[in-house]
Design a protein around this ligand. Sequence first.
Ligand SMILES: NC(=O)c1ccc[n+]([C@@H]2O[C@H](COP(=O)([O-])OP(=O)(O)OC[C@H]3O[C@@H](n4cnc5c(N)ncnc54)[C@H](OP(=O)(O)O)[C@@H]3O)[C@@H](O)[C@H]2O)c1
Length: 270
Amino acid sequence: MLVDALAPLGEVRAFDRQGLDLLDLQSIRSVTAKVAPDVIVNAAAYTAVDRAEQEKDSAFAVNHQAVEELARQANALDALLIHFSTDYVFDGEKRMPYVESDAPAPLSVYGSSKLKGERAIAASGCRHLIFRTSWVYGPAGRSFLHAILAAAKAMPELRVVDDQRGAPTTSMAIAGAVAQVLSNPGLSGKPSGIYHLSAAGETTWHGFAAAILEGRGLKTPVVAIRSDEYPAAARRPKNSLLDNSKLGATFGVALPDWRQGLGAVLAAIH
Ligand SMILES: NC(=O)c1ccc[n+]([C@@H]2O[C@H](COP(=O)([O-])OP(=O)(O)OC[C@H]3O[C@@H](n4cnc5c(N)ncnc54)[C@H](OP(=O)(O)O)[C@@H]3O)[C@@H](O)[C@H]2O)c1
């Protein structure tokens, strides 16, 4: 997705875990030195939110130490570092959507590790854009959408949390937005920092599940439950909404409503 979106902008070299293992800092150094990129895009992360509560070292190794090394290399090469972070850096107690200057207070190991990654980038002095996004899904891979579609076919009813608010954001929309940002003719003059990047509108996991089933014409009932009725190892913020005004004001980029994104993903997985 990201590679396709970025390809028209220049040569893209993409690496999987075999080509560049973020747990191996020497591999980060040798690959970045060899490629000498103008832009480094880090879309990899340790994302197992619940497992991270038990695997703290692994989460911090990928989401903090590896990111710190990428930032060091970006600084040495004077490359622009594009990095992704998360709504889970916040505790969700705010009523309004979060702005970039709101104080983070992660509830989970995953959120803490991502916050440390953000801070390592800022401290490195490299040119950077950190895009905090939320509730990401796309046509491929594992996601809430895929889990709901599978469960709806296998179970008589679904029970889905209704007290966490957020904006489901598609990988296609994120990739398109990053390409738009990188195409901005004034990019070199734009300030480094954090930018919130999520779909417009809001829903809950329950609302999202219901919309997914409706979009597929599935009639499985979806029962709304509270977070404490769905025990999970990691706590999640009640409010995951991100205010995207800074992204719009700086780059003229705004993502469409989450329902439009859902329609695009459902159309893509026919
Ligand atoms: N998913 C969400 O709801 C969400 C929300 C907010 C922010 N984000 C952020 O968005 C970004 C992308 O998330 P995602 O959901 O697309 O993640 P994902 O589907 O879990 O993919 C993570 C990728 O990172 C790779 N990776 C993990 N450890 C690695 C290592 N040691 N070396 C090299 N590659 C490694 C994985 O490779 P393998 O396939 O080999 O494991 C996988 O391709 C992350 O920064 C995440 O924090 C995600």
